[in-house]
Design a protein around this ligand. Sequence first.
Ligand SMILES: Cc1cc2nc3c(=O)[nH]c(=O)nc-3n(C[C@H](O)[C@H](O)[C@H](O)COP(=O)(O)OP(=O)(O)OC[C@H]3O[C@@H](n4cnc5c(N)ncnc54)[C@H](O)[C@@H]3O)c2cc1C
Length: 400
Amino acid sequence: MNVRSNEPFWLVQNGLLHNYPSLHQDIHCDVLIVGSGITGSLMAHACIKEGYQTALIDKREIANGSTSATTSMLQYELDTPLHKLIDQIGEAAAVASYKSCREAIYKIQEVVNEVKSCCGFELKKSLYFCAQSKDLKDLKKEYETRKQYGFDVQWLEEDQLKAQYGIVSQGAILSADGASIDAFKLAHDILYYNVQKGLQVFDKTESIKITYQKDKIFLKTQTGHAITTSKIIYCTGYETQHFLPEKIVKLKSTYACISEVQHTLSPALKDTLFWNTGKPYLYLRATDEGRILIGGEDEDFKNANKRDLLLDRKEYKLKKTFQEVMPHTVYHADFMWAGTFGETKDSLPYIGEHTKFPNSYFVLGFGGNGITFSAIGMTLIIDLINKQTNPLSHFFRFGR
Ligand SMILES: Cc1cc2nc3c(=O)[nH]c(=O)nc-3n(C[C@H](O)[C@H](O)[C@H](O)COP(=O)(O)OP(=O)(O)OC[C@H]3O[C@@H](n4cnc5c(N)ncnc54)[C@H](O)[C@@H]3O)c2cc1C
């Protein structure tokens, strides 16, 4: 499956940051990570830190899956509002999920500092604004719920939104605790740092056959070699659905476009992530060099061709909606791309073990919070490997 169209901005901007060989010999390791996106790289960082002899393979070039297409907004706010998630899965699970996403943003900041990444990590506020007047009541309820559970939130009225952000909307929740990055660059920086610490990385190396024995796993690659490992961590993104026995994710197509560098962006626009209550929702932010990045226009994924044929129409619609929301902000289009992402029934990820795959772990951060979920995976999977209890494993388990 092609998980993204051509020309995602991050790939164009960064190019081929680091090259790795494909696998040309048989190897052994304690932990094998399959997938080199932001999830696989964060997991590799955690495993190397823990002292495991770790190898990582990817069938593509490094981070050329969804990670090259993402808009990289780091938010604790899930696609399902907290008050609705409480109704759906209970207070303990919902509040713990929100809080763990908030912690994950600072975990990512920690990793950025450790590997000294220039991925443009910036702490930001997040503005969740009303798309239509019928959404206002629910949005106020969400504000009250988040306040009740200790989240740092503020309610903004229509006139405040106009004055502070130039946004046309009837109300919004302004939250602390957001951030943005270039996830493609960060994935590369993490891997490069860890290669110096013993991580083995092989790109253009596809796993084609896996045999599970009691204490060992044997993986064959398309390069004709074998990897023998004690544990596998699957960080294979949306393509994972192809080899899971049960359907856990509904695939969607999403669209993103980015403006030229604009030197006149207001500080409020630069310091804030934006998304609205629309279905599908509009999301946008400024990049650290002063471009406006807009995403949305999601629809059910049929196939990559159909997804990409809609690019022009979707760009037109995204720009139109943006200008309705921020009529006084100029937007000069530069790049446009599409990607595939997935929705789970409760907006939560699947992180943990699966009964059909012995000695294996999955980190599947599906949904709009994929990257923060990947960071949660670091601690959770290491706890599982070390046989430590972690309450989140119950909330994010397969078969829930
Ligand atoms: C347009 C768009 C906007 C988004 N915006 C946001 C956002 O603002 N915030 C957010 O948190 N998330 C966002 N997401 C989601 C986020 O991008 C993903 O959650 C994240 O990139 C997934 O990273 P990953 O490493 O799990 O998957 P990927 O980056 O897809 O990596 C999986 C890797 O596994 C490899 N692989 C698969 N099968 C095999 C195999 N058999 N053998 C070897 N290698 C294999 C693939 O080649 C791939 O490189 C967005 C997604 C899109 C498309």
